[in-house]
Write a protein that binds this ligand. Sequence first.
Ligand code: PLP
Length: 807
Amino acid sequence: MARVTRPDRQDRTDPMKEEILAHLRYSLGKDAEHAALYDWRMALSLSLRDRMVDSWYQSTKASYTGHKKRVYYLSMEFLIGRLIEDVAANIGLTDEARAAVTELGQDYDILVHDEPDAALGNGGLGRLAACFMDSLATLGIPAMGYGIRYEHGLFEQDFVEGQQIEKPETWLAQRHAWEFERPEVSYKIGFGGHVQHHEGKAKWHPHETVLATAFDTPVVGWQGRWGNTLRLWSARPQKEFDLASFNRGDYLAASRSEALARTICRVLYPDDTTESGKELRLKQEYFFTAASIHDLLRRFFIDHDDIRALPDAAAIQLNDTHPAIAGPELVRILVDIHGLEMAEAIELARRCLGYTNHTLLPEALERWPEWLLGRVLPRHLEIIRSIEDSQQSHHPDSPRILDHGNVNMGELAFIMAHKVNGVSALHTDLVKSTVFADLHRIHPNRIVNQTNGITPRRWLYECNPALSKLITREIGDAWPADLDQLSRLRDRSGDHGFLQEFMAAKRVNKERLSNWVQEHCGIAIDPDAMFDVQIKRIHEYKRQLMNILETIAFWNEIHANPNGNWTPRVKIFGGKAAPGYHVAKQIIRLINDVAGVLNNDPVTKDLLKIVYPPNYNVTMAEMLIPAADLSEQISTAGKEASGTGNMKFALNGALTIGTLDGANVEIRDHVGPENFFLFGLTAAEVTERRSHHGYARAAIEQSPRMQKVLAQIAEGRFSPEEPSRYHDLVGNLWDHDHFLVSCDFDTYFDMQRRADEAFTQTSSWAAMALNNTAGVGWFSSDRTIRGYARDIWNVGSAIDGELEQSA
Ligand SMILES: *Cc1c(COP(=O)(O)O)cnc(C)c1O
């Protein structure tokens, strides 16, 4: 396939410049004299989008004519971030775009930063979907991502007196430059109503209907060799239905579909675990899943007439249980519309479906009350009963989908999938031994592991130009598409000159961050200090609380010996709490309260600073991660399914302080245990410890250091205007401490001091940092996607003849 880059036109008029001016004039209706920042940014984005279209179009055509099996990735969330730099990098136009914009008298960086950060997701799960889209395109695997075009993405976070407040996010207030609206691609999606049974046939008569309309964003992979589509569904009222009701005088029914259409794509649920029991959420799930199934079937029937060939043409991957209704929906269409027998339909659907499990937290496993599901999707509830009957007839000891008046979406997804995967080696083991232990016994070959990955394009090449240039100089420019090549840098860990250059790149990023922090938070930080970063959703299991307690303990230690030989630190936090998650919000407030005291302490302020910029998102991650020395991955063992933030940090040369949880285990194996600060109970030890009554109190009583910290908080040392503010938080640590902060606190503190010591040995630290970058090539999402393609989807690449389609 032809490359998109056109490098050899320097002497003639600059085409990129001409294209930007043309878009300014003909797409934005402005001339250069009157164009605002928005106009320039849109003109640049549209010019870049133009350069994607040919490759995208050719890829789509090749998928059709080559009859390639396609992957359909169904995800309730896509945490995409900004696209200008991403697109420019992937199609090799970064320099050309910057030059064109500069010649037009505009500041390229200001244009780039004007783009809203598309936040159609909460955290790791949505970001994984975005990384997978990049890798699918880079590997040339024909694929489509399906999701929802939320009008409001994840809320914007602000702090008022240290407390999180939520503001609506408005990424669509301005036109989204990258998408193509497809009004002709639309499907009727029904809700409610009743089912009519006649002569052994069922017909669902929905009570209300909305139209799902497609918006397509091209996703072009590395070097523009292949392009896939991210198709996001938007809801519109269904006009004909409205009119009919209206003419009958049923004004309420006429406006109902309009009201539903308006709400269904309005907001992203702002919870990184599942908000179950909410009817609108169930409707969102069915809305996008049903539209996607209709769409892929329409595509299938363009060149097939026997539905039985569907598994050879379509691999449908469910990112968590949110689209698990895909199983019953597909069965419904096969039985009610195509006339298949129930048993055959279930088997056929299963051969198409794969399910990715993302969590073991019981509160995050989706369950719908049977009455609610039956009211919104009456035919689907009947089909779920048939699926249950079929499963029970083959396996009378099988766990139930329908249980105590609930529909267990995890069991449904498992039973309807031919493969179920966990997202790290440890997580997959725990999936087998805990949540799905019984189903695993019945279906011992169904669960497989696919350890998560991250795209090295966004998470090294684009976000860390200083390090990227150095790496390219050393090992050539093939690494962004073949990240294992980073292992060649291992030889350099004894090369003093190279290590200095490696740390000079880190220094550039730390200075950039220091300036940003000064400007945006008004806090002066020293780029020579260790930058210690914990950025992720605020959750008790992720233990930001343990981090801030340790910070206070360190502060106490400095006070006890102000002339000691302390290693200066900057503790950086970032992350949002779900709006209804009270404890998480208390933790945020505590961090900000502690920051207020410590940052103004004349004794310690040159040794210890706390920075917590509000509104953590993809863009902020791209700035913080390259500047980090130490990566905090300190979740209670057994609770973090994988983590992907951990991978981004290691790739950018930060050392991890972490527990044996999620992918930390595999990261440590890859970078070498000597390059990783390990502490804490193992998953097995956590389970064991929990069985001891009063384990938290016992642990705190053994730790004078922790006692002192808890006493300070409880006395109001950090909230003098309201001393009782954290009574519940502290009381809970003594009495419950479900996430074992108390049990890991001392070993965590000790390991932090080991990190202090190691940081002062600058050349051995540099070698350890380099071994992290050199060791984590395996965590490219390209490797993850190859694994899914081989073990779950049975699909090949359509470029390079890399893999021929298997029959
Ligand atoms: C990578 C990423 C995450 C996931 O971070 P974890 O540390 O794995 O929880 C969440 N949010 C954003 C913006 C990210 O880029």
